[in-house]
Design a protein around this ligand. Sequence first.
Ligand code: SAM
Ligand code: SF4
Ligand code: F3S
Length: 479
Amino acid sequence: MKEAKNLHTPSMRKARKRTSRHTPVIDFARHAVLKDIGKGRLYHLDTYGCQANEADSETIRGLLGKLGFRETDEESRADLILLNTCVVRSSAASRIFGELGRLKRYKRENPDLILGVAGCLPQDESATKRILEEHPHVDLIFGTHNIHRLPELLETALLSKEKVVEVLSEEGDIVENLPKRRFHTKKAYVNIMYGCDEFCTYCVVPYTRGKERSRPFARILAEIDALIAEGYREVTLLGQNVNAYGKDLEDEKTFADLLRALHERKIARVRFTTSHPRDFDQQTIDVLARGGNLMPHIHLPVQAGGDKILGRMNRKYTRDDILDLVGRMRKAIPGVALTTDLIVGFPGETEADFEKTLDLVEKVGFEGAFTFMFSPREGTPAAKFTDNVPQETKKERLHRLQKRADEGYKKGNERFLEKTVDVLVEKESKEKGMLAGYSPHHKLVHFAGSTDLVGEIVPVRITEAKTWFLRGEIHEESP
Ligand code: SAM
Ligand code: SF4
Ligand code: F3S
């Protein structure tokens, strides 16, 4: 086993702390000295988890590019293999540990290979301990707060040949002007805030991502203006709870202000994720009602449908609050598509509690849901709750819930039959000669067309509605 250098391991106790420190904003471009340590070297990056990790991977790619590295799809050719990881459920963590075992053979074949683990998994104290104990072939471990330090960490790992572990549990600064190499050329994720202060009892994200920190308003707009100048057609504003944007800023800017500013900008589509129902205010609904480039789709994770479980989850709203909020959304934004996240088998969930969740899916008319079985996460309060729901019952509930959610999915798709929708074309679909893209309501649409249409917004007449997607044909006149 290599000697460890910069051994800075995480602490869940520290990660839980919230201070009143005003988050400094640091300009990376001013301070960074980038050496070409990657010249002639190849890297392979795998990304797991949510959009926050995808956005971070774009930064990792940007930084590696500046250091002279080039990307490869082939692990066997890589000089650096990095996993940008997730720990939100135990299945996500197990998958990464499985991958670390599998990747060992590349290390055996090429002892100079640097194998790195980044992202949320290392932020979990017990996970980092396990990597160190069970996977000594991992050379580099860093977390979500110090991605900007990748050049220095890599240089140490490459030159000193020592293991480098730097995972910070103190809240990170806001680092601006980091280089990015984006995954798409027409649609982009834009972080508007980092971290989460909600502390839902089941969730590890407030520990892995730290305190809620909003990016300065002007910096966000500058990034989007640059994207517009580069020809981007769609931006998705990112945060664990975008509706809390600005609460920590001195200039009192809000999420509604941000949407208002973007409504005036020449970008075809504006989306956002994720919203916490408690912070979704009327001002935001009123701005979304202006339509235009503000897309009529809201991902509104409700997690459960009954007050007892919502209370135990620390979600800070009731079933009636959801019904009231959705009523106001539907009134102001006719035809809005609503999707959600739901957890089944939360400790103490009875059949009656579960039926409230099933019923809420139907009452709200959700047109899609990510459904999860409760997964206890070490360090979170719910991991200590008495879990009296048998595994079989959890599985059966998940199945019933998915079925109900799929009915909503199908209904949501059927309402577009015989209608013409604008589709931002993303790529060729698997079927030969077919393209795939998304409508304003975030419905996946397949239609026949030439690949020069990738990146364009095309009117498509819908001819068939399946559960998961729509099929259509190009319509000559715009809707
Ligand atoms: N911030 C968002 C929110 O509040 O909805 C998303 C958080 S998380 C990245 C995405 C989803 O994972 C959550 O909405 C929740 O449904 C699910 N999730 C989080 N922790 C979980 C756990 N311990 N077990 C099962 N599902 C979980
Ligand atoms: Fe997790 Fe709740 Fe924060 Fe979402 S709002 S990231 S579920 S703690
Ligand atoms: Fe996973 Fe971290 Fe996102 S735990 S869901 S990658 S914030």
